[in-house]
Design a protein around this ligand. Structure first.
Ligand SMILES: NC(=O)c1ccc[n+]([C@@H]2O[C@H](COP(=O)([O-])OP(=O)(O)OC[C@H]3O[C@@H](n4cnc5c(N)ncnc54)[C@H](O)[C@@H]3O)[C@@H](O)[C@H]2O)c1
Length: 250
């Protein structure tokens, strides 16, 4: 038996980066993964990579800003696969801004994807996780644990994810559900490759979040996710676990 035989995972952000790597990692260890994302082309590539693994990959378009569709996707997952054991709130966006340039629409979009989405995914999946003593894992960021220049809305949403995780963990502390967050530093994914730095920035303000070590790979974060989702992490609940090469040590 592999670690995730007979386990069902609902993962957002599955079309790219960490979400794709986690989909493949869990399915390669036997999970049936319900993989959702707004990017259908990317999802198709994830589905192709998920062919012929021990588990399975089912894909479905979901924009996590659409709360009604979150509930519909969760119902479809349960109807198709039989329940939910593992939830990954992985979808996210990042932007570099001077604060004067942040529009109301920029703020709302960042919040809707990075923080509101994870809350409503947690709300919709919790009854199913409770039924099976499952695990919910949010992908936060070192940006949720420290102040970073030029990414104020991103930091605010990731700080929100950190305390969303803790508050949910407290509310469900007397149940068998486990709720944790991973707070990665830089990860070598399209999110970083597409990151546009604003002109005229003061680079000396950025050293504390650039750090000193190489970024993680998406596969390394997926391996950490798989450990946290597994029975080997049975005693870990309400934790914010850094994987950031020492960024938040100081
Ligand atoms: N890459 C990094 O350096 C880094 C560091 C710390 C934390 N993170 C976090 O890790 C998570 C995964 O990021 P990644 O690096 O794999 O980036 P990525 O850009 O490769 O993947 C993000 C995925 O989220 C999806 N997404 C965006 N908006 C969505 C929406 N409205 N509905 C559904 N899906 C949507 C995208 O289509 C994409 O597939 C994010 O939450 C990100 O904030 C990334």
């Amino acid at each position: 038996m592999s670690r995730f035989t007979n386990r069902i995972a609902f993962l957002t952000g599955a079309a790219s980066g960490v979400g794709r790597a986690t989909t493949i990692r869990l399915a390669s260890e036997g999970a049936a993964v319900f993989a959702v994302d707004v990017n259908t082309n990317g999802l198709a590539e994830t589905a192709e990579l998920g062919d012929n693994l021990e588990g399975s990959v089912t894909t479905r378009r979901l924009d996590v800003t659409d709360v009604t569709d979150i509930a519909a996707a969760v119902t479809e997952c349960v109807d198709a696969l039989g329940g939910i054991d593992i939830v990954g709130n992985i979808a996210g966006i990042a932007r570099h801004h001077h604060i004067a340039e942040v529009s109301e629409a920029d703020w709302d979009l960042m919040n809707s994807i990075n923080l509101r989405g994870p809350f409503f995914v947690a709300q919709a999946t919790m009854p199913h996780l409770l039924e099976r003593n499952g695990a919910l894992i949010n992908i936060a960021s070192n940006a949720g644990l420290m102040g970073q220049a030029y990414t104020v809305p991103y930091c605010a949403t990731k700080g929100g994810v950190v305390n969303l995780t803790r508050a949910l963990a407290m509310e469900f502390v007397k149940t068998g559900v486990r709720i944790n967050a991973i707070a990665p530093g830089g990860i070598d994914t399209p999110l970083v490759h597409n990151f546009q730095l604003a002109d005229d920035i003061d680079f000396s303000l950025m050293q504390n979040h650039i750090g000193y070590r190489d970024p993680s790979s998406a596969k390394q974060i997926a391996a950490f996710f798989a450990f946290l989702a597994s029975d080997e992490a049975a005693n870990i609940h309400g934790s914010i676990l850094s994987a950031d090469g020492g960024l938040t040590t100081a």
